[in-house]
Design a protein around this ligand. Structure first.
Ligand SMILES: Cc1cc2nc3c(=O)[nH]c(=O)nc-3n(C[C@H](O)[C@H](O)[C@H](O)COP(=O)(O)OP(=O)(O)OC[C@H]3O[C@@H](n4cnc5c(N)ncnc54)[C@H](O)[C@@H]3O)c2cc1C
Length: 379
């Protein structure tokens, strides 16, 4: 049996590693980019030595013991704890909204119990029992003033649409805390790879049974794949089937990089920008992920990246699925078609048309290996 994995992100890399380690079978990874790691790829900036996450900040966080056990085989993680700040009308607040945000925004000094009651009263002022759109949903969760300050403009930039035109289902919850806890994630384990995502991926794919073909789009070599091979495909499903049923919608991103002649630009890894007069959604400053790397950290220069949201079209990278009813129905047809195609396994965040954090992508790949690939190999 020969195996071809299309895509060297966490999902494809996990499957390839399992095929080589458990089945002891050769596996070829086909990757259209010039590097492994998919969207989690990082590399060192040549001038400063700062490790930069090339597709936006990536913080590993999980509460899944099997994923943590699996991934830490390939490298240790730092104790980095993610905290996010947001600038609104020139002032910096804590995100997600917590007691500090609430007190600073309203100019109050509320206790946790007082803040909870205060927000309930704010929410009640708009009398929204049955939210019809994203704006109404957000107001029903946190009240109008906090929504207008921290969610409205940011959401508008993310989707390039007025939140009143977006379905309420896009958000199921808007976390706010009535404590001073400023941690972005609540998971049991959290950090960034001690010696970089690039090293972690190199170790995942270091088994000599794994070969990697970079700069190679599956479409260009598809006809050369033996007909009895198993193809594990982590690209876009509509592209795989030549858009036969129609085109799936995605959101894309544009990253604007700059090296600045200051040792510290913003004092933290991620600063969100809430207002629409700032065209980008956030700025990443990568040296803050590794304060323990003293040489790049103390470098008199810093690398930042401004993240802009944009509509996807052919030729751009697809980052986020647009999971509305039309797209989900269309995706189900492609998924059915894939399931009916012998020797094809569709997966990964593109193939599943889902947003997955890294741990969920790895967990799903481990499960697909155990439930589909392993039983098929053992007959
Ligand atoms: C901006 C951003 C920030 C994120 N931050 C975090 C975070 O902080 N923490 C977290 O846990 N998760 C984060 N994520 C999610 C994380 O990126 C995903 O969980 C992860 O990338 C999923 O891995 P994957 O292998 O499914 O997909 P990908 O990493 O996208 O890998 C798919 C690979 O397939 C390749 N490919 C596609 N089509 C073809 C083809 N036809 N031929 C050859 N190769 C092909 C692509 O080039 C790509 O390398 C973030 C995502 C985004 C967009």
């Amino acid at each position: 049996m020969s195996y071809f994995v299309v895509g060297a992100g966490f999902w494809g890399a996990t499957i390839a590693e399992r095929i080589a380690t458990v089945l002891k079978a050769p596996v070829t990874i086909i990757e259209r980019r010039n590097h492994i790691g998919g969207n989690c790829h990082s590399s060192l900036d040549e001038e400063t030595g700062i490790e930069c996450h090339r597709y936006g900040s990536h913080i590993f966080h999980t509460s899944l013991p099997n994923v943590w056990e699996y991934i830490t085989q390939f490298g240790a993680f730092t104790s980095y704890q993610h905290k996010v700040f947001i600038t609104h009308k020139g002032k910096v607040y804590t995100m997600p909204i917590n007691l500090s945000t609430i007190n600073q925004f309203y100019g109050k000094n509320l206790s946790p119990t007082e803040a909870a009651a205060f927000l309930q009263a704010e929410i009640a002022r708009d009398h929204i029992a049955d939210p019809k759109n994203l704006e109404e949903k957000a107001i029903s969760l946190i009240g109008r003033p906090l929504y207008e300050a921290f969610i409205k403009g940011y959401t508008h930039k993310q989707w390039e649409r007025d939140p009143r035109e977006l379905p309420a289902e896009i958000i199921t919850r808007l976390p706010f805390r009535t404590t001073y806890n400023a941690n972005y994630f609540n998971d049991v384990w959290q950090g960034v790879p001690k010696d970089g995502y690039f090293s972690l991926f190199e170790r995942m794919l270091s088994n000599p049974l794994i070969s990697v073909q970079l700069n190679c789009d599956y479409a260009t070599i598809r006809s050369q794949i033996p007909s009895d091979a198993t193809v594990i495909y982590t690209g876009m499903p509509d592209q795989l089937f030549d858009y036969e049923y129609g085109t799936l919608e995605w959101r894309s991103l544009r990253f604007e990089w700059e090296t600045l002649p200051v040792s510290d630009f913003q004092g933290t890894t991620v600063m969100n920008y809430a207002d629409t007069d700032v065209p980008y959604t956030r700025i990443h400053e990568f040296k803050h992920y590794h304060p323990e790397r003293t040489t790049p950290f103390n470098c008199p220069k810093t690398v930042i990246c401004r993240e802009h949201s944009q509509t996807y079209h052919n030729g751009l990278e697809a980052y986020y699925p647009v999971n509305n009813e039309r797209n989900n129905t269309l995706y189900a047809r492609y998924a059915q078609r894939a399931a009916a195609t012998p020797g094809l396994v569709l997966g990964g965040r593109l193939g599943a048309y889902r947003y997955w954090d890294m741990d969920k992508a790895i967990a799903n790949a481990l499960q697909v290996f155990e439930e589909r690939i392993l039983p098929a190999a053992r007959g």
